[in-house]
Design a protein around this ligand. Structure first.
Ligand SMILES: [Zn+2]
Length: 285
């Protein structure tokens, strides 16, 4: 059973679970710095170290990984943002979003905010990178707060939708972050986020590779079940997890004769069981 603590600060004991605070059911994941709590179903990283987010993160580091800078990847990120807005409105049942207030936590260069504004939302962002904040303000004129979300000083039902794309896994106080998001939403408000998932081919079938490529700046990994339990415990009334990526080649080799049929079937099964290395989570307050 997962127990959400009243107030969670970073554990004083490095091996205690950030959700339940206990070390009793915590097991080492294959002699690595990663720990699995069998009670809560989460993995946490005892060797966690935060990354720096200066301009090189959006220029050189991004270019090294994707062959272009973050800004040059505008079209893909913007169109993905439009799709995410569609998913949010479909999930919440909101027919009209004009004037709805949306906060994007970790808004980077503001491409998702632009997609949300183009669809009618009143948007605001939070971003720890001064480079990204300047880009958002200079390029789009967005209101973007340059601080960690943990220090964001807003109270009450300030936003109708709060988004956090690949952000929560970086936090060393993930439950506090989720609690704060909950407190900033009105009844009927929506949290939409994305994060890595433990219920995917990498964790289950390629454990060594999953460990060796686990980012140092990721502190916590959830499964669809564990994030759903935490969000329900906090008070969210409806939670939906769906795959954010499809990688059948991580289960069946592309050269295989069975690959085309398998790939088709994989997509169906992946959707039903949310079997994927990354997932979207939509939660209604
Ligand atoms: Zn635990």
């Amino acid at each position: 059973m997962c127990v959400v603590q009243g107030t969670v600060t970073r554990n004083t004991t490095i091996d205690s679970c950030p959700l339940c605070g206990s070390g009793q059911k915590v097991r080492v994941v294959m002699e690595s710095a990663l720990r699995y709590c069998r009670d809560c179903g989460v993995v946490f990283n005892t060797a966690h170290s935060p990354a720096g987010y200066d301009s090189s993160y959006f220029l050189d580091d991004y270019h090294r990984q994707y062959g272009k800078t973050y800004a040059e990847d505008f079209n893909w990120i913007y169109n993905q943002g439009l799709q995410r807005i569609n998913d949010i409105t479909r999930f919440s049942g909101k027919k009209k979003v004009k004037g709805c207030r949306l906060l994007d936590v970790g808004c980077a260069l503001g491409f998702f905010l632009k997609a949300a504004r183009d669809r009618g939302f009143d948007v605001e962002g939070i971003e720890i990178s001064p480079y990204a904040v300047d880009y958002c303000k200079d390029t789009y004129g967005f209101t973007v707060h340059n601080l960690p979300f943990e220090e964001f000083n807003q109270h009450g039902s300030a936003f109708d939708v709060i988004t956090a794309w690949y952000v929560i896994e970086h936090s060393v106080i993930p439950v506090d972050v989720l609690k704060k998001i909950y407190s900033l939403l009105p009844s009927g408000g929506v949290l939409a986020c994305a994060m890595p998932s433990l219920r995917g081919p990498m964790f289950h079938l390629h454990r060594n590779q999953w460990i060796s490529t686990h980012p140092q700046d990721h502190y916590i990994d959830f499964s669809p079940g564990s994030i759903t339990r935490v969000l329900k415990k906090l008070g969210f009334t409806r939670v939906k997890c769906i795959p954010a990526s499809f990688h059948p080649e991580r289960v069946c080799a592309k050269q295989s004769l069975f690959y085309p049929a398998f790939s088709w079937m994989y997509k169906k099964v992946s959707k039903v069981f949310c079997f994927s290395d990354t997932m979207y989570i939509y939660a209604l307050k």
